[in-house]
Write a protein that binds this ligand. Structure first.
Ligand code: ARG
Length: 485
């Protein structure tokens, strides 16, 4: 059946020349070694079930794949890529019949399947990290609902808010980022196998079967689309870039807060200077912030690589894949670190409350109080602006009363109960009064925390279900394989 000393693999005509290493993707292919073994197994099982190859050949190939796996990626024989190298190893072990492995397929549908298979797992890890960060933010919100702090626009003191409200603002963005990752996951989780080079195959393959054996939700219908498209990579990397951009804002806030003494970053996440012994720097968050550069760079590089590629397969695609690994690795670890920083941060309540009133940050609430008394808001704005011209001293009841009289010709008491203005001038009261849905008042935050936690629970359940479905598929494939070997 297998002529012992026959030259069973003949690829020496091409790619042995000076461009050999330039052509090779072996350097990055370790990442899809396990994926390729799974894809090979599912393909062989399907080929045998469809009587495209015999059970005996299938058994020999599946046995050889087990040995290849046990020996590991580094033990593979030379090859242009992991697909070729594994096939070579199988043929070396089995003889000519090993060459049946590549019946009814091409490396084009094979590599696309491997990337999708591996990226699927990586995206679930990214989702898990983002959900954990949301959970850390929800915990901060629950614990710091009453911790008043300054809120900023243009990095200038704007209105008092709470640590909880700040934390929930990022939990909200990250919930949408999670949705984007899950959308990308859904479109990654489709099988291109059976597309062969791009134009299908003369063999009676069962594409749904290989898809099911690999835990894919379905198939990419058109064979050329299946082999050539990498929009799933672009979508995944874009979703990751969005996460990174969100986290860069969170990181910028923490760096700024640390500078002002508004947050105590745990020593575990701080660094010091090699020369200035007194320094405690929030380096981790600066690196989290910089990860957005890597992720957006990967997105840009990927889109630039893909744009203008004609149908169907072009070798350019080999260079597209790495950008996805850069993005998913960098962003996932940055999110994990950000979650650690958030979970361990200290919030000095007294300092924060003292700072919350700085810069007449209660001015909007004072204008609101005057308007609630019947003054048109624009006039109230004018009154408070006049008081604010006196700087910090303007943030007193007397200053507001003087400004009211100057603008309206009436005493403050004719406009509104002065006690209402006194309340509005107090940062704690100012926050408590902003109890509209989504606002920082503790009661509004309490409701928001419950909603955020519901969202987290739902995403955690969906994640667990997805992981279970992949694990079931892997078990089912292993069971099929053990029927042969
Ligand atoms: N290693 C290649 C990749 O990553 C797959 C090889 C397909 N090669 C080809 N000449 N069609 O895309």
């Amino acid at each position: 059946m297998t002529g012992g000393g026959d030259p069973v693999v003949r690829r020496d005509r091409f790619s042995g020349g000076p461009a050999r290493s330039f052509l090779s993707s072996m350097d990055g292919d370790g990442r899809i070694f396990e994926a390729d073994l799974a894809v090979d197994r599912a393909h062989v099982v399907m080929l045998a079930e469809q009587d495209i190859i015999g059970d005996e050949a299938a058994a020999a190939i599946l046995g050889a794949l087990a040995d290849v796996e046990a020996a590991g990626f580094d033990a593979l024989p030379p090859g242009e890529d992991v697909h070729e190298a594994i096939e070579t190893a199988v043929v070396e072990a089995v003889g000519r019949d090993g060459g049946k492995l590549h019946t009814a397929r091409s490396r084009n549908d094979e590599v696309a399947a491997c990337i999708r298979y591996r990226l699927r797992a990586d995206l679930l890890d990214a989702v898990e990290a983002v959900v954990a960060l949301r959970s850390a933010l929800a915990d901060v919100a629950a614990a710091e609902a009453e911790t008043v702090m300054p809120g900023f626009t243009h990095l200038q003191p704007a209105q008092p808010t709470t640590v909880a409200h700040w934390a929930l603002s990022y939990a909200g963005t990250l919930a949408r980022d999670t949705g984007r990752l899950c959308d990308a996951y859904g479109r990654t989780n489709e099988s291109p196998l059976g597309a062969a080079a791009f134009a299908g195959t003369t063999f009676g393959v069962d594409r749904e079967r290989t898809a099911a054996l690999l835990g894919f939700d379905g198939v990419v219908a058109n064979a050329a689309d299946a082999a050539a498209s990498r929009d799933f990579l672009l979508e995944a990397v874009s979703a990751l870039a969005s996460v990174a951009v969100t986290c860069s804002g969170l990181a910028a806030d923490v760096v700024f807060f640390a500078n002002r003494g508004f947050v105590e970053v745990s020593d575990d996440y701080a660094s010091t200077s090699s020369i200035m012994p007194q320094k405690k720097n929030p380096d981790t968050m600066e690196l989290v912030r910089a990860t957005a550069g890597d992720a957006v760079g990967a997105q840009q590089a990927l889109a630039t690589t893909l744009q203008g590629l004609p149908r169907a397969y072009n070798r350019d695609l080999q260079r597209a894949t790495g950008h996805a690994w850069t993005a998913v690795d960098g962003v996932t670890s940055a999110v994990e670190v950000a979650a650690g920083v958030v979970a361990t941060a200290g919030w000095p309540a007294d300092d924060l409350e003292a700072a919350a009133g700085e810069g007449f940050s209660t001015a909007t609430g004072v204008a609101d109080a005057l308007a609630a008394g019947g003054l048109p808001f624009r006039t109230a704005h004018e009154v408070v602006a006049l008081a604010a011209e006196r700087g910090g001293e303007g943030a007193t009841l007397d200053a507001v009363a003087a400004a009211t009289e100057a603008v309206t010709g009436e005493p403050l008491s004719a406009v509104v109960e002065p006690a209402a203005v006194a309340d509005a001038l107090d940062p704690v009261e100012s926050v408590a009064a902003r109890d509209s849905a989504g606002g920082p008042a503790p009661a509004a935050v309490e409701a928001a925390v419950a909603d955020v936690r519901d969202g987290i629970d739902a995403d955690e359940a969906a994640l667990a279900a997805e992981r279970a479905s992949l694990a079931d598929a892997a078990d089912a494939l292993a069971a099929e394989v053990s029927g042969y070997v």
